[in-house]
Design a binder for this molecule. Sequence first.
Ligand SMILES: [Zn+2]
Length: 107
Amino acid sequence: MRKELRREKIKCQCGEWTEPKEFSVNGFKMRGSECPACGETYFNPEDANQALIYNKLKNETLTGKIAKSGNSMVVRLPKRLVDALNLTAGSTVTLRLEDPRTVKIIV
Ligand SMILES: [Zn+2]
């Protein structure tokens, strides 16, 4: 499905057909297409919505809860964050201790 959308050409408002293109908006990759004639850009609605959710959360302070799971500790992440980053259970993330009170999670 992702591939089909990327190849999709859209009839531009100027009458020309757009060319599929991948955009990077504030570090966020978005599928879309661009008109070779007038330069108008069209974003994939799914990706645009994801970018909106991401932007809303960007500088917000969220809380997670530490829980015990067997011999490990797990951090429960708020659903909004999970949705914004498209995280799935079982996926691997990178953790980096930045200072004694900051752990960076790289997805
Ligand atoms: Zn156009």
